[in-house]
Every structure is written in structure tokens, then in C-alpha cells.
Design a protein around this ligand. Structure first.
Ligand code: GCO
Length: 451
């Protein structure tokens, strides 16, 4: 049975990590353009000023996508490239770039999946309070409308936001990501609520302005995923409960970010535990946040492993001595792509798109001029086999986007992590398809039958 005949096979990227040209053609600054120029924020003291240079090399990259035989490509739009101040004045040259890219993709039979927000908030809006500002949801909806009016005659697939866990928790709680703040719980929950409201208003704006029937998704990180050590029902139940509990780690959690969007309410354990720190949460807000969408995106790299402990607890048995891990020291845990989709499907009954999955690897160009990356091939084979099992058991999985297309700027890690199926020399910006890219092409051409 395997994957659906219309399965979306793709690779993913994001504007700040790939485009470069951060002031070209009237683009405004994002919080990342400013943050990466501050001392001590990026491991290798680099920034995304050039990144993978895709703003200039987009035609070469579309040709590479065709060579990879992907039928879909997930990329994000730089909000400040389209609205330099975040609201008001539209930068038509910024929109022209995405117009060209969409037309080139469609000419190759590649379906665009566009993420509207992948962390590069306009700096001017940060100065207005960013996610702490109650007007941000409206600002986001206005931005979404500008993009939809220009592209929705040709683009149907939209992802409102990518990984609120990162742009709220990593950015405003521990300060690792732009703009690098360390806020208290009350401000964090206010910012989180506004970001969820932005998603809802964005979904409404897409539906109101779209010229073709939109297919709307939302892509939180699947950080807080627990997979059972064994498949006996006690372990499964313990891990399912822990995955959606919002008690221990609300801002990194699954239930906190998805229950409001897909069930129309925050998790009860969260509301009870954190009540003193919460903003006013009206029924009107929850109605906006839970504006119906078409799929849930899952960015899945790894999972914790648990087993049933006493009194319904879930004991953490994740790390065995010498466990397999990637260059980013993330454990290799293929079962994440079985249990994650299974648990989400059982809870939300919403079609699933794997919007990110991949690994950082120590890649270089070998003496034969190729980039041999057997670890990425084995990693991806294992994860896709798990996903295929979930699909064959009835989980409605609509697509898989490998993270990432070309090596790019990895946020606070700079260029020290290579996630791409296409190697980039960051001096020359030369591209070389890695062995994993050719392997993935064969998987796509067989629609996963060869796994
Ligand atoms: C994320 C982001 C990507 C990262 C990737 C590797 O999921 O954190 O969406 O931009 O680059 O996941 O960390």
C-alpha cells in the first residue's frame, strides 16, 4: 500500500537561512539581520548576509530541485522583503522575487508550499513590541493578505508559521535566537497567545484573499515527542500522555501549541498550573486561533523514549550508552516518525505533512568530487520506513519535506551544521548534490516503494 499516489515529496528551506541579499531591492531588516551582527550570538561569528545566496542563484536552485525529482518545494517568504517596515508600504521588488520563483517552480511541475513566517520578523515590528504587542496578529494578517493577493492565483499550499517553540521559547525565554530576550512567564505566555492569534488571523486572511482554494497548515516543532520503549499498551499509553501533557514544558510542548489550534482550547493541565501567569483568554480569541486548517505540519528530528513508570508516569529511558547521534548530537530515533504521526492522528484526526526531517552531518567534497553521506542515507531510510508503516496503518500522511535542500545558515550555529542534500561551498556558493540527494530522487521516483 505505501504512500498515497499524490504524496508530496519535497525538500524545505527558509528565507533567512537561504536567501542572503538582506538589503537588496528595498528589503527591510529582520530581527535576524540585526541579531547575527551582535557579538557572541552565532557560534562561528557568521551571519546570513549571503547564506546560500539563493536570492541571486534561484534559477540554479530550481534546476537542482528538478534534478532531485521533488514534486514539491517548501520555502518561506521574508516578511521584511515584502513589507520593509512590517506594515504599510509594499516593496513590489520583494514580491517580484517570489513571483519569479513560483513561476519557475511551476514550470518544472514543482508545487510550492509557502511558509509565511519562519522567524525573520521585521525589525520595525520588534521595535513596536513584537509578539508582546496585541496588534501583531493584525499586522501578520495584513502581511499575509499582501502575499496571498500576489501569489494565490498560482499557489494553494500555505503554512502560516514555523516552530513557535523556537520564535517564542528560544527567542524570548532563553535568548538563544533573535531577538535574544529572556522574558518572564507572564510576558512569554502573552507573546505565545499573540502568536497563536496571529496564526488564526493569518488563516482567516488566507481564506478571505485566496484566488484558488487554499490548503492551509501550521508547523510547530515536535520537540516534546515521547515514543514507547516497547509496544505494550502501558508503555504506549504512558508516552502518548506525556507527549501531550503541557505541565513540565509548556512552551516547548505539543499540546500547548496544537490543542488551541486544532481543539479550540489550551490544555487543562496548563491552564490549572499556570493560571496566575496567563493573559486574558477570551472565547473570541480561541475561536480565531482554532480557525479550521487543512493539515498539521510536523518538524520531527528525534524523540524521547519512555516506558510506563509507577502511577501512570512515564520513565525516561532515552539515552543508551553510545547511542547513535548526528553531528548536532541529536539522537537517531527513527521511531519518531511512526509514533509522532500516529499519536497526532489519533488526537487531532487532521491530515499530516512532515514539514521537516533530516540531520546534520560532517559533509565535505571527497577526492572523487562527490559528497558521500551514507549516514544521511541510512538515517532518512530508517525514518521514512517508520513513516511508511504509519501510513500503511491508516495515518493520513500527505507529504514529506526533507530538511534541508541546500546546506544553509543554521541560526545560532552558523555554518557549522550541514543539513542539506545539496552541499554548498560557503566561499564560492558552488552547489554539489550529495549521494543522499541522488538516493532521495530514486525514493521519490518509486513513491517510496523501494524503502
Ligand atoms: C527548525 C527550523 C529549521 C532548522 C532545522 C535544523 O526546525 O529548527 O525550522 O530552520 O534549521 O530544524 O535545526
Amino acid at each position: 500500500m505505501g504512500f498515497r499516489k499524490d504524496f508530496a515529496w519535497g525538500v524545505a528551506s527558509s528565507s533567512y537561512q537561504n536567501e542572503g541579499s538582506v538589503t537588496a531591492d528595498g528589503k527591510g531588516l529582520s530581527v535576524w539581520d540585526v541579531f547575527t551582527h551582535e557579538e557572541g550570538k552565532v557560534a562561528d561569528k557568521s551571519n546570513g548576509d549571503v547564506a546560500s545566496d539563493q536570492y541571486r542563484l534561484w534559477e540554479k536552485d530550481v534546476a537542482l530541485l528538478e534534478e532531485l525529482a521533488v514534486n514539491s518545494y517548501r520555502f518561506s517568504i521574508s516578511w521584511p522583503r515584502v513589507l520593509p517596515e512590517g506594515i504599510g508600504r509594499v516593496n513590489e521588488k520583494g514580491l517580484d522575487y517570489y513571483d519569479r520563483l513560483v513561476d519557475a517552480l511551476l514550470s518544472k511541475g514543482i508545487t510550492p508550499y509557502i511558509t509565511l513566517f519562519h522567524w525573520d520578523m521585521p525589525y520595525e515590528l520588534y521595535l513596536k513590541g513584537g509578539w508582546l504587542n496585541r496588534d501583531m496578529p493584525r499586522y501578520f494578517a495584513e502581511y499575509a493578505e499582501v502575499v496571498i493577493r500576489r501569489l494565490s492565483d498560482r499557489v494553494q499550499h500555505w503554512i502560516t508559521q514555523n516552530e513557535p517553540q523556537c520564535y517564542i521559547s528560544s527567542s524570548l525565554e532563553n535568548g538563544e535566537h533573535a531577538p535574544g530576550l529572556r522574558l518572564g512567564k507572564k510576558d512569554l505566555f502573552l507573546a505565545a497567545h499573540h502568536s497563536l492569534l496571529s496564526h488564526g488571523y493569518g488563516a482567516q486572511a488566507i481564506k478571505a484573499a485566496a484566488k484558488t482554494r487554499p490548503v492551509i497548515g501550521y508547523a510547530p516543532a515536535s520537540w516534546w515527542l515521547w515514543s514507547p520503549l516497547t509496544e505494550n499498551k502501558e508503555d504506549v499509553e504512558a508516552c502518548r500522555n506525556k507527549t501531550f501533557a503541557a505541565l513540565e514544558n509548556p512552551l516547548g510542548g505539543t499540546g500547548f501549541w496544537l490543542d488551541p489550534v486544532l481543539l479550540g482550547r489550551y490544555p487543562l493541565d496548563f491552564l490549572q498550573t499556570w493560571e496566575p501567569y496567563l493573559p486574558r483568554i477570551s472565547q473570541e480569541d480561541m475561536k480565531v486561533i482554532s480557525e479550521p486548517i487543512d493539515f498539521v505540519g510536523m518538524n520531527v528530528y528525534q524523540t524521547y523514549v519512555g516506558r510506563a513508570g509507577g502511577e501512570g508516569t512515564c520513565e525516561n529511558v532515552s539515552h543508551r550508552k553510545g547511542y547513535a547521534k548526528t553531528m548536532a548530537s541529536w539522537p537517531v530515533t527513527p521511531k519518531a516518525l511512526y509514533w509522532g504521526p500516529k499519536f497526532y492522528w489519533e488526537r487531532y484526526h487532521k491530515p499530516i505533512v512532515i514539514t521537516e526531517n533530516g540531520m546534520s552531518n560532517e559533509d565535505w567534497i571527497h577526492l572523487d568530487g562527490r559528497v558521500h553521506d551514507p549516514q544521511r542515507i541510512d538515517f532518512t531510510h530508517r525514518y521514512l520506513s517508520s513513516l511508511k508503516r504509519a501510513a500503511e496503518e491508516g495515518v493520513d500522511i500527505r507529504g514529506y519535506f526533507h530538511w534541508t535542500f541546500t546546506d544553509n545558515f543554521e541560526w545560532s550555529r552558523g555554518y557549522e551544521e550541514r543539513f542539506g542534500m545539496v552541499y554548498v561551498d560557503f566561499e564560492t556558493r558552488e552547489r554539489v548534490i550529495k549521494d543522499s540527494g541522488f538516493w532521495y530522487r530514486d525514493v521519490i521516483l518509486s513513491n517510496g516503494e523501494c524503502l
